[in-house]
Design a protein around this ligand. Sequence first.
Ligand code: PLP
Length: 294
Amino acid sequence: MARLAYVNGRFVPHNQAFVHIEDRGFQFADAVYEVIVVIDGHLIDEIGHLDRLERSLAELRIAAPVSRRVLAILLRELVSRNGVALGTVYLQISRGVAPRDFHFPVGVKSSLVITTTRVNQRFTSPEKLEAGVSVITIPDIRWLRRDIKTVNLLAQVLGKQQAGEQGAAEAWQVDGDGFVTEGCSSNAWIVTRDGVLVTRQATNLILNGVTRLSLIRLAAAQGIPFEARPFTVNEAYQAREAFLSSASTFVLPITAIDGHPVDGGKPGPLCRALRQSYLDYAVKEGRSALTVAV
Ligand code: PLP
């Protein structure tokens, strides 16, 4: 079966799926996106992703190309046509196609592109989960509206490349005062020496991860002590545990930061427990969201 993409009203073969050269996403990064995980054909944390999409669109004053209800149907349709049991669905909305001009074009319809990927067995190998991953720290050189999920990801492209070249899975970005903001495509977490779960509070300085929000709810339900506050790189070096969260990694243990082993260099118990809670929640929520979202 040929892989399909959805582009502005049509399902087309993936290798013939094109946007115009004057699409504003291409010329100005004037576009927003979401990545939603698919498990057993269900869209995980769909409500959170569609809520954040609407917020990103509103912040940039981009009109939604289709209603939320139609979007939910299109996402499912592509997942089903591409036979995705396990994988991701990616959607991108740009301000549309118009002659290159910085001002918002008038009377132009926003563009919608949807693609899917398939994952064979697992998102993360058991070996990787057992060993944990390492991160490096880098200066956060991004703009100040990181709360909007735009396709302007150049700083993150550079950060991830640097991480990869240094054998790390992720780069934690650090603000001018030495506090970690977030990873290039994930939120950053630590567990302090006295067992408090910490991640930075959601402001304009980080993307409020949908996985992050679900983890905060799950931790609260289990009575896990939690603080939403910035932490320094030094505090992270000394943490009892560290991990990252994102839609496609869920919760991933970090066992080294800038080459410093995190508490003996083994994934910690709270990280493992939260990963399991998230997976349990995701599968359950994925099934029930089917009726809620459509
Ligand atoms: N922070 C950044 C900069 C990201 O790009 C992402 C995901 O792509 C996240 C955090 C995690 O967000 P989510 O849990 O919604 O995938």
